[in-house]
Write a new protein. Sequence first.
Length: 160
Amino acid sequence: MLFWFVATAVVSVHVVFRDAGFDHRLLIVGAVIPVIGAVTGPWSAVLLSVLAPVVALVVVMAVTTGRRPIRRTLLGLPIGMFLHLVYTGSWTDSGRFWWPALGGALDEVTSPIAARGLWNVLLEVIGFVGVASLVRRAGLDRVDRRRAFIERGTLTLGGG
């Protein structure tokens, strides 16, 4: 499941921030990193809990003190990780969401992606349509817009 998280993260950030200069590259990475964790076994507990994005946010804030441009770029990573928790439904299981604060062994935490079963197919189709729509709406068929996305992470989506 990748398209679902890419589409929902980009749309959410566009609707909330309405910032034409937002760097979407790390947002996308942050939104899909927990999927990798979900298939690597024990790391899923860390990546599907609020612990990982909070640690990422604290690290970004600490290492970028006084360097606002790089902070603005790097903040996309924890934002994407938080949005993954929202759109995967991790928050619906307090043991998983608040791990390790509420206890539980690393190998006892299960992925909500696996629990959804065939619903994942529908969500991924919706995500694929969403990404295709974003690509069209952002005009990524144009060289200048594709270059802007690759070099700066910007997407010109317009509207709201």
